[in-house]
Ligand binder design. Structure first.
Ligand SMILES: Nc1ncnc2c1ncn2[C@@H]1O[C@H](COP(=O)(O)OP(=O)(O)OP(=O)(O)O)[C@@H](O)[C@H]1O
Length: 591
């Protein structure tokens, strides 16, 4: 039996005592990556269910568990028994379930928000053209609101149906009601005596403040789980630690995810920030784990460099018995870098040309659903010569079979026609077909309902107009990436996940955003005047944000971590790692 680190064994019992229904104590479990925060949260749910399940059922109370993503809620739901006792959801679903139906209050609040905004414009001496336009749109919104009785919202949808509440409105309404409506506040406290929030460092700051205030004035248990070093979204509360007066602050010390070398490296990334130092979980892991830092000239061809690194590290991993195989996950800064490596760059650029790139890229629109549910499976079944699946997809999705349900139909003729149209459709498929050609062929076949935006007038602002000219294979690759099936993921998107082998791709030169700058972090690029100014005022700078993202990405690794850094100054980056004692000479490869 390998000796394991017992330093945190007492934590789950402590949380259980805090989550008492008679003597609740609110807490913030602050712990580094891989410390088992999510595991402690799930254990707490199991304990609550054991200790208070019957009482909660009898009184119709529940435990609220708020996660950052839907995937995280699903993960917790799958690991939790007696789900009936818990409301496990994202913040948007949770707050909407609480406020929906309060139509009169919602209307009053929205009118109030509108009036406040109108007042700020009216009080200005002179308005610019865009401010005038905004003011007019507010008057219009106000008059529409006045005639509205029922408010709708769809938490999971990225498409904002006309007239439905927006994501930020729903959060704002919740905070407003919690603050101003005593009955609503009482209802929340009665229904949810324990409210647990995972990844609280990234929870919307207004909502978190509202919960903290609720906790100060009421007898509930607010349980926060998080790591301030892993705040990667701008919406989170930057001064979280300073606002936790009165909360218990247990800390977990052990890292249950990574091997020793990686734990040492990620600990180093926190020095001078909060000095949180983690311990390795078992004795046999202490001297294990691989770290390599590959410094590459930023003008080098990406594919060739990365292929060479893959071969080199694979040989090392296998020969040194670190693992029997090496298939790393690549963590990149932006979708664009993933597109370059996953063969959908033209499609990415097409989506980038749309008015709302995020929406075009998120894969949630009606057009995306059409492709994902029908067209891609058809194309893949055609490529695989899979007759069974081809006909299955046709049967499930084609509207033409409805004709068979009518009286006195000639089933033989109808099925014959469908078969002919399907055959013609498949004949148009080929390896070089474009997205537009596929849509055209599907429209012509009259077998499926094609969304309006994909019909002949491909609409420009959605990005589909340019996408129509792109090779259909790019769309196939895009959906693989979008569904998380590919081995490339963004650094932000990797939060909460873990992989045996990780390559963090650092390439400021291919990334187009300016929120992060690794070259500044490594001292290759000078800090901007704004950075220096922010620093002097104790405010957050690009360097802080980049360091946190770097920590999140590196701490996903279990057995090996390889940094591939494209830089304008390999020597300077080397000095950064050596001088800070982050890595040794042998761990750095200049390529
Ligand atoms: N006490 C434990 N014993 C064994 N394995 C554990 C223990 N605690 C956590 N783990 C494992 O360690 C890994 C990390 O746990 P978890 O995802 O809960 O950490 P986390 O603190 O939420 O991490 P992060 O903040 O990096 O997302 C998981 O594989 C989990 O199963």
């Amino acid at each position: 039996m390998k000796l394991y680190n017992k330093a945190d064994d007492y934590i789950d019992g402590l949380l259980e005592s805090y989550a008492s229904l008679t003597n609740p104590k609110s807490f913030f479990l602050n712990a580094g990556a891989g410390a088992g925060k999510t595991r402690s949260l799930v254990n707490l749910l199991v304990n609550i269910s054991k200790n208070n399940g019957n009482y909660l059922k009898k009184t119709n109370k529940k435990i609220a568990v708020i996660t950052y993503t839907k995937v995280a809620s699903e993960e917790i739901i799958s690991r939790t028994p007696e789900n009936i006792l818990f409301d496990i959801s994202t913040i948007h679903s949770y707050v909407w379930n609480l406020i929906k139906g309060y139509n009169r209050n919602i209307k009053e609040a929205l009118l109030l928000f509108c009036d406040k905004e109108i007042d700020t414009y009216i009080s200005k001496e002179k308005l610019t053209k865009s401010q005038e336009a905004k003011l007019n749109s507010l008057y219009l919104k106000k008059s529409e609101l006045e005639g509205k009785q029922i408010f709708n919202y769809s938490p999971e949808s990225s498409i904002n149906e006309k007239g439905s509440l927006t994501h930020s409105e729903v959060l704002k309404l919740f905070c407003f009601l919690l603050d101003s409506n005593e009955l609503f506040r009482k209802l929340v406290c009665y229904k949810y005596p324990i409210i647990l929030i995972d990844e609280c460092q990234d929870t919307n700051k207004e909502v978190l403040e509202a919960f903290l205030k609720l906790n100060r004035n009421n007898k509930i248990c607010l349980g926060l789980f998080g790591d301030i070093m892993q705040r990667v979204y701008l919406d989170g509360k930057a001064d979280l630690i300073q606002s936790l007066n009165g909360l218990e602050m247990p800390e977990k010390k052990v890292n249950w995810r990574s091997y020793g070398r990686i734990v040492k490296f990620t600990n180093n990334l926190r020095t001078n920030i909060d000095n949180l130092e983690q311990e390795v979980c078992t004795e046999d892991r202490v001297n294990k784990g691989l770290l390599r830092i590959c410094l590459v000239n930023h003008e080098s061809p990406r594919n060739k460099v990365e292929e060479d690194i893959l071969i080199k590290i694979r040989t090392h991993v296998v020969n040194e018995n670190i693992d029997s195989e090496y298939s790393p996950y690549k963590l990149v800064l932006e979708h664009r870098l993933a597109a370059e490596r996953n063969n959908f760059l033209k499609l990415f650029d097409a989506f980038k040309s749309s008015k709302d790139t995020d929406r075009a890229m998120d894969g949630d629109s009606r057009e995306h659903t059409f492709f994902k549910q029908i067209v891609i499976p058809l194309y893949l079944a055609w490529k695989a010569n899979d007759d069974f699946n081809l006909h299955r997809i046709l049967k499930i999705n084609s509207n033409r079979f409805e004709e068979l349900n009518q009286k006195n139909t000639d089933a033989y003729r109808i099925l014959g026609n469908i078969g002919n149209d399907f055959k013609k459709l498949l004949e148009t498929f080929n390896d070089d077909i474009s997205v537009g050609n596929v849509c055209e062929a599907i429209l012509k076949s009259n077998l499926f309902d094609v969304p309006a935006k994909l019909k002949d007038d491909f609409q420009e602002e959605t990005g589909w107009k340019f996408a129509s000219e792109v090779d259909f294979r790019e769309l196939v690759s895009f959906y693989k990436y979008n569904d998380g099936v590919s081995d490339i993921i963004t650094q932000q998107g990797s939060k909460g996940l873990e992989y045996n082998h990780v390559q963090v791709i650092i390439d400021d030169y291919s990334a187009k955003g300016n929120l992060f700058s690794y070259e500044k972090l490594f001292g290759v690029k000078k800090k901007s005047a704004k950075d220096i100014d922010n620093e002097a005022q104790g405010k957050e700078t690009t360097l802080h944000k980049t360091n946190r993202l770097f920590y999140v990405a590196c701490s996903r690794a279990i057995k090996s971590l390889v940094l591939i850094i494209y830089t304008a100054n390999q020597q300077r980056v080397k000095e950064f790692f050596i001088n800070n004692e982050f890595a040794s000479e042998e761990e750095i490869l200049i390529l």
